[in-house]
Ligand binder design. Sequence first.
Ligand SMILES: [Fe+2]
Length: 329
Amino acid sequence: MISRPTIPTPSKKILLVEDNELIREGIKQHLQIDNFLVMTAGDGIEALETLEHFTPDLILADINMPRMDGITFYKELRKSPRWTAIPFIFLTADNSPESIRRGRELGVEDYITKPVNHRDLVNTINARLLRAAEIEVAHIGQAYLETVKVLANAIEGRDRYTRGHVDRVTQYTLWTAQALHWSEHDLRRLEFGARLHDIGKIIIPDRILNKKEKLTPEEWELMRRHPKAGAEMLQNITHLADIRPLVLYHHERWDGKGYPEGLGERDIPLGARILAIADVYDALTTERPYHPARPPKDVLEFLRFNAGKAFDPDLVPIFCQVIERTLKR
Ligand SMILES: [Fe+2]
C-alpha cells in the first residue's frame, strides 16, 4: 500500500511558566506528545525574558511562583500590545474562590487545577486556540470590509452628485439577494462587489466626473473604461479576486448592448445583473448633473419597461417588490 504524503501542520507554540521542575517537565512531555512546541520558564520574570525572542500561541502559567507570581506576570504581559491577544490559561493548585475571582477580574480565559489531567489540559488548550483563531478571522473580515468602505468612499467623495450612492446601491443589491435566499457568505462577497463596483472611476478626471453638459464621445469612451479599470485594480488582491466579475460586468445589459464585453442574458453573472438594476434605480431616483431626481414609482415603471431589454426580466419584478416594500414603510 502506498502511503499518501501528508502536509505537516505547524506545531502550536506554548509558553509554560511553572516553578516546580517536576510538574513543568511532566506537562512539557505530554504537550510534546500532542505535537505542541513548548518553551518553559520558572517564573514571571524568566517568562517575560523568553517572550522577547519567542511569541507563543498560548501561555500556560502557574499562580504561585517565586520572584514574580502568575497574576503579576499576567498584568505585565497585558501591558504590551504585542502580547495582549495571546490566550492565557492559569495553572493552579489553588482553586480557592478568591484566586479564581481575582483571575476572572483580570480577564483570564481559563483555569486548570493541579494535579493536571492531561486530556483535560489538551482539550482546554485546543478550545482556547480555536476560539482565538475564530476571533482573528472575524477581525480580519471586519478589517477588510472597513478597508473596502474607505476605498469606495474615496472614489465617491470626488463625485459630488453621487454621495451615498454606494451605500444605497449596496443596500438595494443585498435586499434583492436576500429575497433570493443567498447564503451569508455569498451576501458578504456581494457586499464587497457592490461597494467597489465603481472603483475604476479612479481613472476618470474630476472635470468629466462632475461635468454638467453632455459628455463628448471621447469622454464617454473613457467613462466606459471604468468597469475594466476597476477589475484590473482588484486583480492582484487575492481576497477580492472573486468579486471581479461583479465590478467588470455591472454595465452589461440583458440584450447584449452593454459594456465592456457585450455579454447577454445569463452569461452575465447573477450578482452583476442585480447590481445593474440597483445602480440604475439609484442613479435615476437621485439628482445627477444631467437630470433631476425622478420619483421612485416612475423609476420602477421604467425598470419594468426595460425588463428583457436592459435588465434581467426575472429579476426586475423581485427588485420592484423589494423596493415597494420599503417605500410602504
Ligand atoms: Fe459604474
